[in-house]
Design a protein around this ligand. Structure first.
Ligand SMILES: [Cu+2]
Length: 347
């Protein structure tokens, strides 16, 4: 390609670049990857779940009783990395999906640019070496091509910046007022989950031993005795803090990571899109048992989550106090009326 001599070549170059850009932002790449991963995941999960399901149900009966809360079993584990995968695991939160799409988009931009540069290099090597092109062109400038190779990279960067900044802004969004608050407290070396809006009970979550995890068919070093139970499709106000050193609350399947710093509250919005168990790990070196304080988030439909809240000591739901007050109110009103009558009679 002799840039100086051939405006046709420059035009073709510009067309190729535009085609590359269009390809890069084609959204089907994301969904195409999701499907096979999910299929394998379900298959793998079902296989491992077949035997120990009975054990899980027993545990459920013991823990939940007739309350309507049944802990999810191994078949509901979602967003886990699996052997042989080469991409980010499937995402189960709004931000996760958006970030995964951006990640895939930028990946394809990089692929297209790399291939394009490689092709140009190959053309130069093959067509303009000393043997194939003994008398080289003396061209030094070509306005058209110089404008193109300045403007196109700028457009690519702007194209990346817009979704990137919108994603960043979305991650700083404050939770709405009716969000469910979970205060995540890091301890050396386990997690505590407090529910200040629901009676302020705290669930202490410890890792299961290998024997206990195997008995339930759950993955060792991720399975815990008590999970952080939350409602699905509901904005969650996750607040992190620590009782001792810095920990980090991270769940890759939800694209969520937030440091837990002693004496400080960090807050981030999270909305989980599907019921399931999502595993994570402490992601800040916090001492000798840093690797043994896994995170297990259990997302349940709203009514099941409410049933779980009622199984907790002091657990109550937002409407409970008002309902109790309303139940007491007619009596109080009656009492007032009687007093007023008595007063009137006395006069
Ligand atoms: Cu830690």
């Amino acid at each position: 390609m002799i840039f100086g001599k051939s405006p046709v070549g420059a035009k073709r170059l510009a067309t190729t670049l535009w085609a590359a850009l269009l390809l890069a932002f084609a959204p089907q790449a994301v969904s195409a990857q999701d499907a096979p991963v999910e299929a394998t995941e379900v298959a793998a999960a079902t296989e491992s779940a077949a035997a120990p399901a009975a054990v899980e149900t027993d545990a459920a009966t013991v823990e939940g009783g007739e309350s309507g809360y049944t802990p999810l079993g191994p078949e509901d584990i979602k967003g886990q990395p699996l052997p042989g995968e080469w991409n980010v695991q499937p995402q189960y939160s709004d931000i996760g999906e958006q970030a995964f799409a951006l990640h895939t988009g930028i990946f394809w931009v990089m692929v297209v640019i790399s291939v394009f540069v490689l092709v140009l290099l190959a053309i130069v090597i093959l067509r303009f070496n000393k043997r194939a092109n003994p008398t080289p062109s003396k061209t030094t400038h070509n306005t058209m091509i110089e404008v193109v190779w300045t403007v196109v990279p700028v457009l690519i960067l702007v194209g990346i910046a817009i979704p990137s900044i919108s994603l960043l802004a979305k991650q700083y969004e404050s939770p709405p007022e009716d969000a469910v608050t979970v205060k995540v407290i890091g301890y050396q070396w386990y997690w505590g989950y407090a529910y200040p809006d629901n009676g302020d009970f705290e669930v202490v979550s410890n890792m299961l031993s290998k024997e206990e995890a195997d008995a339930k068919g759950l993955p060792h070093q991720l399975a815990v005795d008590k999970r952080m139970v939350v409602p699905v499709n509901t904005p969650l106000r996750i607040q992190t803090t620590s009782a001792d050193v810095i920990h980090s609350f991270a769940v890759p399947g939800l694209w969520f990571k937030l440091d837990a710093v002693p004496g400080r509250i960090n807050e981030k919005l999270l909305t989980i899109k599907e019921p399931g168990i999502y595993y994570g790990q402490c992601s800040e070196l916090c001492g000798i048992k840093h690797g043994y304080m896994p995170i297990a988030v259990e997302a349940l439909p709203r009514d099941k989550w409410e049933a779980w809240v009622r199984t907790q000591p002091g657990g109550k739901l937002k409407g409970d106090d008002e309902a109790a007050a309303a139940a007491a109110a007619p009596e109080a009103a009656e009492g007032e009326a009687e007093a007023a009558h008595a007063e009137a009679a006395a006069e």
